[in-house]
Write a new protein. Sequence first.
Length: 625
Amino acid sequence: MNRTENLISHIVQQLKAAQTPNGSWDYPFDTGVSTDTYMIILLRTLEINDEDLIQELSERILSKQEENGAWKLFHDEGNGNLNATVEALYALRYSGYYPKEDKRLQRAKKFILANGGIEKSHMLAKIMFALTGQIPWPAFFPIPVEMILLPPSFPINFYDISNFGRSNLAPIMILATKKYSKKTKRSPKLTDLYISREDDFFNWPETRESKRFFSLISEGIKNLVGLPKYIHSMAINRAKQYMLNHIEPDGTQFSYFSSTFLMIFALLSLGYSKNDPLILNAINGIKSMKCKINGYTHMQYTTANVWNTSLISFALQTAGIPPTDPMITKANQYLLEREQYKYGDWVIHNPTALPGGWGFSDVNTIDPDVDDTTATLRAFANLVETEPTLRQAWDRGKAWALAMQNDDGGWPAFEKNVDKKWLKMLPIEGGRFLLSDASSADLTGRTLEFFGGYTNLPKTNDVMKRGIDWLFHDQKKDGSWYGRWGICYIYGTWAAITGLIASGVDPQNKNVQKGVNWLKQIQNRDGGWGESCKSDLNNTYIPLGSSNVTQTAWALDALISVADKPSPNINAGIAYLLDSYEKSDWTIDYPVGQGMGGGFYIHYHSYQYIFPLLALAHYEKKFQG
């Protein structure tokens, strides 16, 4: 065996050892300490004295503190992240285990004051401060609850916002209109974290566009039939029903931590007891998402079992594991049981499609997405001709993914055509990540790669042509593509190039070669690739300054897909993977998944196995095979 084959075999054995009894892989969905902090704040506010959990989460939070007292979202984030530091300090104070005078907490306070004070926190953190009694609610909230009553036919309506945005906004609109807050005897005071006590703590940015938006909303509300008080009451009830209709079997809303956290407070504001089964089930649901990372307890934002399992099953088969191997059959049985048969919100913009997709988390039953659907179908591809049950699931999933193509030719993650221009009018911090579900290069590229490489859909089909045209149009001037759900330009460029090649585009095509040349230009001297999380906020490629195995594997896989023989760039990348795979430094933990730019990054613990395995297997098959 050569070194490449040895590493492939080693990764396969690592994955085999990590498979759970139900056939899935439950590698952590690691989003830093934000959810750990919010869990402490939730438990203390509801006076649920789960001391073991509070202590464990506090220990993990402190383990991530920098020497200067700050917390970071990613390694190269300057001196630290103000918002993450405010949340961490609040949680540690509220835990009751650390006095204000603790040197670690004092260093955090010093960092906060030196960087603008609590006033500079993110909008979502300010909402949390308001509902836990630390600051007053603003007299004005930019999205009135009455908006939820506007019909889908109205130019501006609730269902023009992405499902992720809706899941968080429904409870926020209730809380903002109720001006609800809940303090306890243990609530810490955060007044010493202010630089100045502004009257408008939220400081919604005023723009001409947002004024136009508010006038449109007002016009729509005036046209609703009924007295203002009745309409207001009906809107609150509709928002409540939205939350209740999207509760998963584990009690969470959409299986997301943030929307469940907000839902709990919204229900309290509506008069529910903290001991109501709905609230107790929601708390147990988010508790069930805790995991261990390096000996510390982490509260996951959600679980990633379906995503992990579909990608790993496919990667193992690509590396030569037979589809009849017990490891694969157990994984595929798990995935088969997670197919969704309910109509989710996606049907509002896609009324003729039938259910059949897959979601992301272990308990997801109402929120399928295109990425998990095509990833699962890839895992089934080798067996659909021989197993009727898989064939039926395959046909349903393929039809659903086809039907989700946007009118512009690209693919979204969750819902069709949710990219209205008016969303940009909203003065919502991080709005482009929270509110929109536009076509993206990573989703479009991977969907084309699936249809082009694993189905009998003709390369000349209009679906394929429109997807290819969208990718050509979306390419940046430097040859790269931006990926929405990963970091960032390496991710998007990998997905776009592999999708175009699988769709029958000539490797010598000028757009493809422009992307290939861009990847070659940004390769590091050690043969690897690395991109900073700063890319997403700067809207341009920012090098990480170091290489990491996941981003190296993405770039390599793209170069391999267009090459007819190993190039010096490919050989250098392979050498980096072989030499660095066992390395254990900060680059292994660097988040290469993106949730919301500037606030929410994801370290997928599975990626360090999946993508090197895929790149190495493709290299072996194409050049050594």
